[in-house]
Design a protein around this ligand. Structure first.
Ligand SMILES: [Mn+2]
Length: 315
């Protein structure tokens, strides 16, 4: 099947869900799918499930209808976006057990789940790009285009990361022709930081350490610092990319202690190292150049465990 439309035969109710800590691509692809259904299939009842997201994403049409708690309801079809693995679905996770048909659009090389339909392209810039290919361009409204554009902007770091392809640019051009306010989306949702985000970034950079002749950079925030600032996970978005921007760095690691002794670890690589392979060693996943996992212990335990694997690639 080549269009979302074809998956909707006989479908009256749809649940749409992304992953925990939803990022721009997750929110963008989920909302684009929701708006595509709302605009073109008004007879279908669709609910979107997402956890807490950045307030900057609130400009997206229809986002006020997002559900953060599971409704007591059965659905004919579950559409999953950008989720990589089932245990990252969050609030709507139990729907995978009781929904007859599941359609998943993704771009994670580590996604090996079994669904009714899994459309996964690890070469694609974003889940937003993958789901776009299954939409009829003539049926994409300007509001739907805004959501897709935001998703692509976020997962490509504004068309900068190596996942950006000529196809990505052609899609973005088509969305621009729909009239999306591209400069406002890029500025307000990607570059603009709150004062708190800037402080967390500054502190992390100040205290970061470099190993292996500067090829590895590690930044971290401990639980007590995060509570001191009253920060939540989205306040730390983008820190790992800034670490990676350091001259000479091949791999950047950012970790924050989400509860005592438990770190959420983000990995980015510039050219050589496959960080998804390293994240998988610790039960995580992601992409070749951007991946993540959860690790236990002190900051130094985490660093020791990671450098064990990174040493081979960086020395
Ligand atoms: Mn994504």
């Amino acid at each position: 099947m080549s269009r979302i439309d074809e998956f909707l035969n006989g479908v009256r109710t749809v649940a749409i869900a992304g992953h925990v800590n939803p990022d721009g691509d997750c929110v963008g692809s989920c909302m684009a799918t929701y708006l595509y259904l709302r605009d073109n299939f008004p007879e279908i009842e669709a609910d979107v499930y997402l956890e807490h997201f950045k307030p900057e994403f609130r400009f997206i049409e229809g986002i006020g209808n997002v559900k953060s708690r599971l409704l007591d309801k059965d659905y004919d079809l579950l559409i999953l976006l950008d989720i990589s693995s089932k245990d990252r679905i969050g609030v709507a996770g139990s729907l995978t057990e009781k929904t007859g048909k599941i359609l998943c659009f993704d771009h994670h090389v580590t996604n090996r789940e079994q669904y009714t339909w899994l459309i996964n392209d690890p070469q694609a810039s974003s889940a937003s790009e993958v789901v776009y290919r299954y939409m009829d361009p003539d049926k994409i409204s300007e509001k739907c285009a805004e959501a897709i554009y935001m998703g692509i902007v976020h997962d490509t770091g504004v068309f900068q990361y190596s996942c950006t392809s000529p196809e990505t640019m052609r899609i973005a051009a088509g969305l621009m022709e729909k009239g999306v306010p591209f400069n406002r989306i890029i500025d307000k949702t990607f570059y603009q930081k709150t004062s708190l985000q800037n402080q967390l970034l500054a502190r992390t950079l100040m205290e970061s350490i470099q190993l292996f002749g500067g090829k590895l950079i590690i930044g971290y925030l401990k639980n007590r610092d995060i509570s001191f600032y009253g920060a939540v996970s989205t306040d730390m978005d983008g820190i790992v990319s800034q670490l990676r921007n350091t001259a000479g760095v091949e791999v950047a690691v950012f970790m924050y202690e989400k509860e005592p002794g438990v770190f959420k670890v983000s990995l980015r690589s510039s050219e050589k190292v496959d960080v998804s392979a390293i994240a998988q060693k610790f039960g995580g996943g992601g992409h070749v150049r951007a991946a993540g996992c959860v690790m236990q212990g002190s900051v130094y335990d985490v660093i020791n465990n990671l450098t064990l694997y990174l040493e081979r690639d960086l020395v």
